[in-house]
Design a protein around this ligand. Structure first.
Ligand SMILES: Cc1cc2nc3c(=O)[nH]c(=O)nc-3n(C[C@H](O)[C@H](O)[C@H](O)COP(=O)(O)OP(=O)(O)OC[C@H]3O[C@@H](n4cnc5c(N)ncnc54)[C@H](O)[C@@H]3O)c2cc1C
Length: 464
């Protein structure tokens, strides 16, 4: 066996220096080109890689033909790029982090005391609302500062004050992200974002495209907007308007709206299937015929040696759940990071109320909180007709939206270990606890030891 280190992602300034000293162009396309040849060239892959490095132009031509002419697109996944993204709004971050096959780390509003950096959207300026917009974001910053002090003075820790005062900050607040993405996802990201309704997001797409076309031209060839993607928001809005579904402002914060029928049986059947040579239907029939206690014992046996950091077995993915949740922007910022779920979102709505942290109530800060929300909503309403979706920049982290979360039991275990844990932020912890309670009620065996990692020993003991 040989295992050879073929490449590492290196910081860009160092790449530039190395290119100058060595007089060569360094590009991850070489790795893609070498791997693309594996299937058809009898030579070892390390030899193919060295050959590709000597002839970057040839490597590029080969990528173009294999990725785009033949459709062997996964080749582009071997080229990985890192981006520092600075001075982008919170609402634009949502559009970027929509893409599940990339990695992100964001400067946390939860841990950092926020300054007054905001993005002023082009649409707001063009529609003549620049001054009012600026006044509002300044006002919200003042309310944030005041609330922060009130929460500290009421005896809460500065961590709680930072975490909770930020509920008043607008979605225009500047954010920073480190992003790692492969060339295949990058091309998709550029194309989709180039059709986004917000100008800031389209500008971000242009900046990414400039870099991609310079650094990985053979792997990002179709970054342009397409009519197909452009039509999506309108088609969705028309479908919503044409339907008989009524606007519903009564809501549960978490509802289990659909789930695998007989999920515990499907899970036990999956375990029988992987341990036998029976078909799935025979395995399911066998699991169905078992007494409840026997099914429970099979499922419990998979958890016997489990520690808090262990994930449950893949068979737990046989149980699917569809949750409808109503969360604040602050909570959504965390929820959307769970890339193994499928999330479908509605726009933010002023009709769903706002999330108010307990520390604000304890600090007698409800008055100031409400004043801030009122100011945000009154300008939001005033400019919505003209400024369209860009009015969302004025909503705050406390404003809410509905999200459909499709999640399987395996991922719910992972989610609950992180989000029902005492380190988790309070709102997502509440949401996670409610999701776990509903899942356990529906699937008492499969969901038996859902919960935060801090409570893992106690939860496990209670099941013994
Ligand atoms: C207490 C706490 C504080 C946090 N603070 C911050 C913060 O300050 N800034 C910030 O940006 N984020 C923060 N996060 C978010 C965190 O980094 C994760 O993005 C988030 O919890 C989602 O977890 P995940 O990536 O494991 O989940 P998912 O995306 O659902 O992934 C599930 C699992 O799939 C696997 N997986 C998915 N994608 C990949 C991949 N590309 N490569 C390898 N494995 C993969 C991993 O095993 C992962 O655990 C925080 C989270 C917690 C719980």
């Amino acid at each position: 066996m040989k295992v050879i280190l073929a490449g590492i992602n290196v910081e860009a300034d160092l790449v530039k220096e190395a290119e100058t000293v060595l007089g060569v162009e360094m590009t991850p396309e070489v790795i893609s080109a070498a791997y693309a040849r594996i299937s058809r060239d009898p030579r070892d892959v390390n030899i193919l890689r060295k050959e590709a490095r000597k002839e970057v132009k040839k490597a590029r031509r080969s990528n173009e033909s294999i990725v785009f002419d033949m459709g062997h697109s996964s080749i582009a996944e071997h080229a990985v790029l890192n981006f520092d993204i600075i001075g982008i709004s919170r609402i634009a971050v949502e559009a970027i982090e929509h893409f599940r096959l990339a990695s992100y780390t964001e400067k946390s509003q939860r841990y950092i005391r926020l300054g007054r950096d905001h993005v002023i959207p082009k649409e707001i300026v063009e529609n003549g609302f620049r001054d009012e917009f600026f006044e509002l974001v300044e006002l919200l910053s003042l309310y944030y500062e005041e609330l922060y002090k009130m929460i500290i003075e009421s005896g809460s820790a500065s961590g709680t004050a930072k975490e909770d005062a930020r509920y008043l900050m607008p979605l225009a607040t500047s954010a920073q992200i480190g992003m790692t993405v492969n060339a295949r996802t990058l091309e998709y990201m550029i194309s989709r974002l180039s059709c986004h309704p917000l100008a800031e997001v389209r500008e971000f797409s242009d900046r990414l495209a400039d870099i991609a076309i310079r650094k990985v031209p053979s792997l990002v060839k179709y970054p342009d907007p397409t009519e197909y993607y452009k039509a999506m928001p309108l088609i969705r809005a028309e479908a919503g308007m044409a339907s008989s579904a009524k606007p519903d402002e009564k809501f549960k914060r978490v509802d289990l709206v659909d789930a695998t029928a007989h999920g515990d049986t499907a899970l036990a059947a999956g375990i029988i299937f992987s341990g036998s040579d029976s078909s799935y239907s025979d395995s399911y029939a066998a699991a169905s015929k078992m007494k409840k206690e026997e099914r429970e014992a099979i499922i419990a046996s998979t958890m016997k040696e489990m520690k808090s950091f262990d994930g449950v077995w893949r068979e737990f993915e046989n149980i699917d759940m569809l949750f409808e949740v109503v969360v604040s922007a602050s909570c959504y910022a965390q929820l959307k990071r769970h890339r193994m779920t499928t999330q479908t979102v509605q726009p933010y709505s002023t009709g769903l109320g706002v999330s108010i942290p307990d520390s604000v109530k304890k600090a007698k800060g409800i008055g100031i909180f409400r004043k801030a929300i009122k100011s945000s909503e009154s300008l939001y309403r005033k400019i919505s007709d003209k400024a369209g979706i860009s009015a969302d920049y004025l909503l705050t982290n406390a404003h809410r939206r509905r999200v459909l979360v499709k999640i399987n039991m395996r991922e719910l275990y992972h989610f609950s270990r992180l989000r029902s844990d005492s380190h988790a932020q309070w709102e997502i912890r509440e949401i996670s606890d409610m999701m776990c309670a509903l899942a356990k009620e529906r699937f008492p065996y499969g969901g038996a030891i859902l919960g935060g990692k801090d409570r893992f020993p106690a939860i496990k003991k209670s099941q013994a």
